[in-house]
Design a protein. Sequence first.
Length: 702
Amino acid sequence: MTTQWKKSTCPYCGVGCGLMVEVEKNKVIRVYGMKGHPINDGDICALPANYPSLFTAKGRLTHPMIRRNGELVPVTWDEAIIHVTNGFSRIIKEYGPGAIAFYGGAANFTEEYYLINKLMKAAIGTNNVECTARLCMASSAIGFISTLGADAPPTCYADIEDADLFFIAGNNMAVSLPVLFRRICAARIKNSAKIIVVDPRRSETASVADIHLQIKPGTDVALNNALAHILMKEGFIHEEIVEHYTTGLRDLKEILKEYPPSRVAKITGCTEKQIIETARIIGQAKAMLTFWFQGYNQSTQAVFKNNTLHNLSLLTNNFCRPGAGPLSITGEANTLGCRWVGTLSHLLPGMRMVTNPRHRQEVAAYWGIPAEKIQPTPGRSIIDIIDGLHTGEVRALWVISSNPAASLPHTHWVEEGLAKAEMLVVQDIFHPTETTMLADVVLAGAQWCEKTGTLISSERRVELAEKIIEPPGLAKSDCEIIWLIARAMGFNKEFPYTSPEEVFEEWKGITRGRICDMSGVNYERLRNRVGPQLPCPEASHPGTARLFTDFQFPRPDGRAALLARDYKEPAETANIEYPFVLLTGRLACHFNTSTRTGRIKRLNDIEPVNFVEIHPIDAKHLGIEQGDEVDVTSRRGRVRGVARIKDRVRTGNVFMSIHYGKASSLGDCNLVNLVCNPVYDVHSKQPEFKYCAVKIEKVERK
């Protein structure tokens, strides 16, 4: 029996760990960490380690299906492609290009999203192109753009070993990014480094912190302003140096006067002593590395949280040098690649904006189309797409490798919107999911190891994940499905591709001269090797570990922006009727809505149903005991879980996981997004998953 192995990269979070995949007889039998890889050096988390059973899991799609007489029935690919293209073409003819929308998952390959952007924005003529980066990192992206001038994470993972202070905010890294967190713990010992954790919940990460600031949910802007206030007041900031590479210091100093620690202690629930001690540790640090995640990004003040966190780094010269700066880690494997290839409604490929005339002209010239073909205004965000389905302004939605019927807030509203679509096309690897159950057409896609493409990690490293085994049955790669639909719609000339490598070669040309320049990269360079960090403009270039080391930023004056941001309360606050604040978060054994991990028995058995963490004082007041079933109700709906009475949350807060949907043993009531609020940050349009007002009731058994 011949055993083969091949290098790949992790298909889950955006860390980009190097993996080795072992195959026998077209079957993946083992996945393990790649020794010597600069990210994980053989380490691996539970998700990819348990991936092999997913290739043969129940519910795997092996053929396309069309809904007929209320039932999804198998069809040939020719039937499916004709049905989809006829439906899309009719809707475009009757209602215009804006009646079509796309939504995908951020774990898709960059090549797939390059094709989608070209089809939707150049061929069809609509900017209604979205992906789950909107739910994950849109706020980080706008934060970088407003502070630095570009959506360009400037640091790298190697900075972990050079830092002597880790500032971790709204990020339970021990659960969400365990490989990197183990590197942090090792560096802490080696460098005698300190860890500051800001989190409303005493998470696994907070349990090892030197200081845990257990703030009231949503108060991070006030906290960051108070820290900057103290740094300024106590002389930790060298203003002449800071003004050399930033703008806005005068305005920032004015607003900081309003945030003394005495006031902010009342806002955040932290003590004055904690806030002052934290600021002094930041001021005394030689190199501070900041991490943040959905606790920041999924908020109506998300961009302001990002800006004020960047302020702390810029004010203390913790930027653009080893061990110092902002290190944003994405929650999905290719969220940075999605943004750079333009898979959000305001973007174009190569870090360009649809609102910028020069950018539209550059992309149009590259694609050989009139510049007028690219719409000059942003398309709809995913929440606005759902709203458009309700109003009839959006008539068709094409979903690839995502599960919006479970992942978006206010689930019943989302389901009602999806049900109103004249054509809902869902392209995935499993059925049923919450979204495929609503589909008019289901297209059987290939998954990781069954197709080829590239991913871009959170440290700007491009990696190749090659096809290692054949997909089951009639399933096809996403690239092939996209270009088949494009050709059937009449765009043969624009979509002549026969391989993902051809798509990559075209895509990289549009990055030349940009921060995401990958001109020096090709598939051969990436095969069984560690990919370079971008920009990588020439074949001989080793890649770029850190950006802006010369303190020249891509803003008109070349300086970064210190931004004066005021604290505002979340969009919805607790009251007498809904006295609790619901927090949501991840678990180590699951990923997103568990459409994949929920089918891996070893992982699913760890946490088979959702739970509700309640503080002991609140539980006693409500008459709730450990293991009781409880209902969590908001203005939008009700979710049910098993009570876990722990002091990990503050009094007045409860915590639930994001991973459970209709497939769980408690059914539909287990899905936390039934109660979550669809409001979003006006700058990033990222929904506020991390804060909604709820009431708690024990479920009385008859």
